[in-house]
Every structure is written in C-alpha cells, then in structure tokens.
Design a protein around this ligand. Structure first.
Ligand code: NI
Length: 174
C-alpha cells in the first residue's frame, strides 16, 4: 500500500512536470505537485478523523485526481498500475470536455462522483477546499463569485460524504 502511494506520487510528479499552480500572491506560482500535496494532506486529515474511509483509495485518487484531465497519462496505465477502482474514481473526477458549458461539465462530474464510493466525493471536497484558499489575485470579482457559487453546488451535492470536510468547505465559501 505505501509502495503504491509512493509510485503514484512519482508518477504524478513525472506527468505534471512543468505545470504550475497559481498562488494568491500576485505573479507567484508553484509546481503543480504543491496542489496535489495540499489535496492529499487535506484527505489525510479526513481519514484520520474517519478511520472507516478506504485510506488507500482516497489517497491514490487524491494524488492522481488531475492526471487524466491535465496530463497525457493513459487510462490503461492508471488501471494496470493502481486497479479499476482508482481508474473509475479518477475518471469521475475528470471533466467531460465534450459538454459545452462549465455548469454542464460540473453537474455531469458531480453525478458521476455520486455513483462512486464515498472516498471520491471526499477527494472532490478536498480539491475545492484547496482551490478556494484564497483565490489567485488575478481573478476577477466575477470569476471569484462564480467559483464560490460552484463550490456551493459541490457542497450541497457531496457534503454528506464527510461532515468534517463539508464544514471546512463551508467556512472557505463564506
Ligand atoms: Ni485539483
């Protein structure tokens, strides 16, 4: 299990190499791995509080949650290395780019996440908590409020998966 997690972390480092993550500080970005680490730490705290969560599934999906959406990692490699539950979880966390509006893509993803084990909703809540903390300074006021509205939808659709993360997300939205 720890070997698989190490393997996922290095795979994520390899595939997200060169990608950057915007920070709230103007003009400052960090390697994308910082975001994956932040989401994974958020998920670890949820697991510590809820030992009945499948720690392996939640941790692997946290590390790999953007690997299909943002890198050219193939679904076959993901499945062969980490199994079908991880592939299915990461797929549910990946937007369907053939849908035209942002809202349609979000609603579709939320529907697919809800059809997955609870651990996948836990990763989505953690991801949004990290993305809200606090928005990059170059975002317009409109973008910030649209993003908060979307977070409210995530909270109402997935909040029941984990009360601790639901509270965390609720605080970030306010
Ligand atoms: Ni993310």
């Amino acid at each position: 299990m720890t070997d698989k997690i190490q393997q996922a972390w290095f795979l994520a480092a390899k595939y997200h190499a060169g990608q950057r993550y915007a920070t709230p500080e103007a003009g400052v970005s960090v390697p994308y791995l910082a975001h994956l680490g932040a989401v994974t730490l958020e998920v670890q705290e949820a697991i510590r509080r809820k030992p009945d969560l499948d720690s392996s599934l939640a941790t692997l999906c946290a590390i790999l949650h953007d690997s299909l959406e943002d890198t050219d990692l193939s679904p076959a490699v993901l499945e062969n290395t980490f199994g079908k539950a991880v592939l299915d979880g990461v797929r549910a966390l990946t937007k369907n780019e053939s849908l035209t509006t942002k809202r349609e893509r979000m609603k579709d993803s939320l529907r697919r996440i809800k059809a997955q084990p609870r651990e996948i909703a836990v990763v989505k809540l953690a991801d949004r908590i990290c993305n809200l903390a606090p928005p990059p300074s170059h975002w317009s006021q409109d973008k910030v409020s649209a993003y908060r509205k979307e977070a409210q939808l995530i909270l109402s659709e997935l909040g029941s998966a984990d009360d601790y993360l639901a509270n965390r997300l609720g605080e970030k939205i306010m």
